[in-house]
Design a protein around this ligand. Structure first.
Ligand code: FDP
Ligand code: ZN
Length: 335
């Protein structure tokens, strides 16, 4: 039997001591979150915050508990200069001498908790350059290109971790016996082609013409210009849809739509789009808002939303080409 590589051993040779330390903090918090999810209804964590559990005690929603766990752990890590969470309006400064900033979505797909379906924690690690000063929101507003590390913990039928430090993607599986993450693939790759796509088609009438055209072509399958059949998969938790793509390929879209005026897509640039784009690109895929590479976009606000098309490179490039041909920007404006 070959020796197993633990996350700690992997980090020793693939990450700086600072990044390794942040990753260890994130992994420890993920294990606590995973245990709470295992207990499910018995832990009184289902339902809305502000409600009561079966013992009549005040109840917190699990996304709030996960946020608190991650935040408390990170701000006590001396390498962490600041934290931004999808759950909190304001960023949280941590240690002025830290060299790293962390953003996270504590529980992506949280509407899945009550139905016992997959959720996960997405994280992104950025450099911090203003040592000696308290971190503020503008320190976080860096392009995804600057990320030093990113990935996700997925709490599905088993708990897994996918992570990149800019030299490929590694995947780990949590071993409940030893309570450690074990390396299962040190070079995750996704195919440039696919016959599987993920989109919430109920928004169809609100999409821009290039996305309408693209999905129409896929739906026509082997009777249309793509000349092959496509299959749809939609878990409705980005984390699960992206994980599926890492495992067996595909393309995921939450494009711009006109359903709510002034809302530029649903997903968040700093907590969802950038970290997932880093992972997908490092596995050989591509990621765009329809026009620009997501990791080239300069953020303007910490909770900024953005359209997302990511996964199999050929499909992502094709969607980009459709926008170009139509002369349409990712936000619906004309070029
Ligand atoms: P959720 O609101 O449950 O956190 O983060 C947004 C997100 O989930 C994504 O994970 C998911 O892909 C998307 O919303 C699902 O949106 P729809 O309900 O509009 O399909
Ligand atoms: Zn989310």
């Amino acid at each position: 039997m070959t020796a197993q590589t633990t996350l700690a051993q992997y980090l020793e040779s693939h990450a700086t001591p600072e990044l390794a330390s942040i990753m260890t903090t994130l992994a420890t918090a993920s294990v606590a979150i995973s245990h709470l999810l295992d207990k499910g209804a018995l832990a009184g964590i289902h339902g809305e915050a502000g409600g009561q559990n079966v013992q009549g005690e005040a109840q917190k929603k699990l996304d709030v508990i996960s946020n608190d766990l991650l935040l408390n752990a990170l701000i006590h890590n001396p390498n962490c200069a600041g934290v931004a969470s999808e759950e909190l309006d304001e960023i949280s400064p941590a240690n002025d001498d830290g060299t790293l900033l962390v953003t996270f979505d504590p529980l992506d797909g949280s509407s899945n908790i009550d139905i016992n379906m997959t959720v996960g924690t997405i994280f992104s690690i950025l450099p911090y350059h203003n040592q000696g000063q308290k971190a503020c929101e503008s320190d976080f507003l860096q392009k995804g290109e600057n990320q030093l590390g990113a990935g996700y913990f997925i709490y599905g039928t088993s708990t897994m971790l996918a992570v990149t430090f800019g030299a490929g993607v590694a995947m780990f599986s949590f071993d409940p016996m030893t309570q450690t993450y074990i390396l299962i693939n040190d070079n995750v790759r996704i195919s440039e082609q696919t016959a599987e796509y993920a989109i919430n088609a109920s928004n169809r009438r609100y999409w821009l013409p290039p996305i309408q055209q693209y999905i129409e072509e896929l739906v026509q399958g082997d009777t249309g210009i793509r000349q092959k059949d496509y299959n749809t998969r939609w878990v409705a938790a980005m984390i699960a849809d992206v994980h599926r793509i890492l495992i067996r390929g595909g393309v995921f879209m939450y494009p711009y739509d006109t359903k709510i005026a002034g809302k530029a897509g649903k997903l968040r640039l700093m907590y969802e789009a950038n970290p997932m784009s880093f992972v997908i690109e490092q596995a050989g895929g591509a990621s765009t808002d329809g026009v620009e590479r997501i990791m080239d976009i300069a953020p303007t606000a910490i909770h900024q939303r953005i359209p997302v098309v990511l996964g199999a490179k050929e499909e992502v490039d094709y969607v980009k080409a459709l926008h170009e041909t139509a002369g349409i920007l990712a936000n619906g404006d004309r070029v």
